[in-house]
Design a protein around this ligand. Structure first.
Ligand SMILES: Cc1ncc(COP(=O)(O)O)c(C=O)c1O
Length: 369
């Protein structure tokens, strides 16, 4: 057992990362301040080009959040009233509300053991009204894109990847966000590429979507004075784009460190709890490291007593949220998701975790068993 007076291991350590890049961030902020241009502009364009290259996509569009990236993708493809969009019931709230906000109906398909949407369940959920699939690369591990893309091709569906948690993850050699019609990323501070406020980005190979999404995010404006359609204001700030550009240069090293920590956790805890593994020919970026045990609540209390913070991502599945009641789902509809929601717990994982803290996390879990 760890000594009770050991330091606390916080679940997140954003201040640590800030300090590690502070000088470059302050310089970037000063450059933006001196440029006199604070919304869109060169810095946003430069970031968009960098992220498109990074993800292996032709284009990228900076927006105000990961949720907006999803929502505007749906709007661009004309998905709304009378349409159904299939997604996972174990994701963050935004994956579902964007579908409803676009006017369409969220339809859930259960997940597999690895927390990602089960392609067989997706195939069963397709109806004549289905227009799109939103696979979520949950916890930073890629969804099984080959069968999902095959289902989409067979039924003529759009694929909008929710890659909010997975920037940099690879599936069969390619980065997530480069498979679907669009890839949607969040730059929220907690994400693997996080800024200092809200931000998001859409990747796409679809040139028409690119030009349209530039307008969707900027009031539907074709140019300063002409409005082609009623759009939204979902622009990425120049200052956040400048911060994101600084941090993008570090992303691969940070993701690699998360992968190393994941390996340490996995090797130390396999056999005691269910641990996430990379599927063959995939490379997760471990935004979260989500273990499972039937005694989850007791384990969390024990870890807390050992000075280790943990969280649940997420305790209430989407189909059981009050907001989703009108959809008519019930407990028991998605047994894998519902069972996992009772057993999952996320361990602290971020590049700045110190070796002693990683040990403390491992000790806290091991000493429970
Ligand atoms: C899976 C998933 N989808 C969508 C979002 C929405 O991103 P944002 O908070 O930037 O709107 C998040 C994160 O919050 C997320 O984790």
């Amino acid at each position: 057992m760890s000594a009770p007076d050991t330091r606390r291991v916080p679940f997140v350590g954003l201040d640590r990362q800030y300090r590690s890049v502070r000088d470059e961030l302050l310089q970037a902020m000063d450059e933006v301040g001196n440029s006199g241009g604070y919304v869109l502009g060169d810095r946003v364009a430069a970031f968009e080009m960098a992220i498109a290259t990074y993800c292996g996509s032709r284009f990228a569009i900076g927006v105000n959040s990961g949720a907006d990236a999803l929502f505007l993708s749906l709007k661009h493809y004309g998905i709304g009233e009378g349409d159904e969009v299939i997604t996972a019931p174990n994701s963050f709230i935004a994956t579902a509300w964007v579908i409803a906000a676009a006017g369409a109906r969220p339809v859930f398909a259960d997940v597999a053991d690895d927390y990602n949407i089960d392609p067989d369940a997706v195939a069963r959920a397709v109806t004549p009204r289905t227009r799109a699939i939103i696979p979520v690369h949950l916890t930073g591990r890629p969804a099984d894109m080959d069968p999902l893309m095959a289902i989409a091709r067979r039924h003529g569906l759009r694929v909008i990847e929710d890659a909010a948690q997975a920037i940099g993850a690879r599936y069969h050699g390619r980065r997530v966000g480069s498979f679907g019609d669009t890839g949607c990323f969040s730059l929220h501070p907690l994400k693997n590429l996080g800024v200092y406020g809200d931000g998001g980005v859409i990747t796409t190979d679809d040139e028409a979507a690119y030009h349209s999404l530039l307008k969707w995010r900027n009031h539907g404006l074709r140019n300063r004075d002409e409005c082609e359609f009623w759009g939204y204001n979902s622009r990425l700030d120049a200052i956040q784009a400048a911060f994101a550009t600084v941090k993008l240069a570090r992303l691969d090293a940070w993701n690699q460190r998360c992968r190393e920590i994941a390996t340490l956790y996995r090797e130390a805890l396999r056999g005691l709890v269910w641990v996430p593994e990379d599927a063959p020919d995939t490379e997760g970026v471990y935004h979260n490291f989500v273990i499972r045990t039937p005694n989850r609540d007791q384990l969390m209390a024990h870890m807390q007593a050992q000075g280790v913070d943990s969280r649940i991502h997420y305790p209430i599945p989407l189909h059981l949220q009050e907001a989703a009641a009108y959809l008519g789902y019930h407990a028991g509809d998605f047994p894998v998701t519902e069972r996992q929601a009772k057993e999952i717990v996320s361990l602290p994982i971020y590049p700045e975790l110190e070796a002693s803290e990683i040990e403390q996390v491992i000790d806290a879990v091991r000493s429970f068993f």
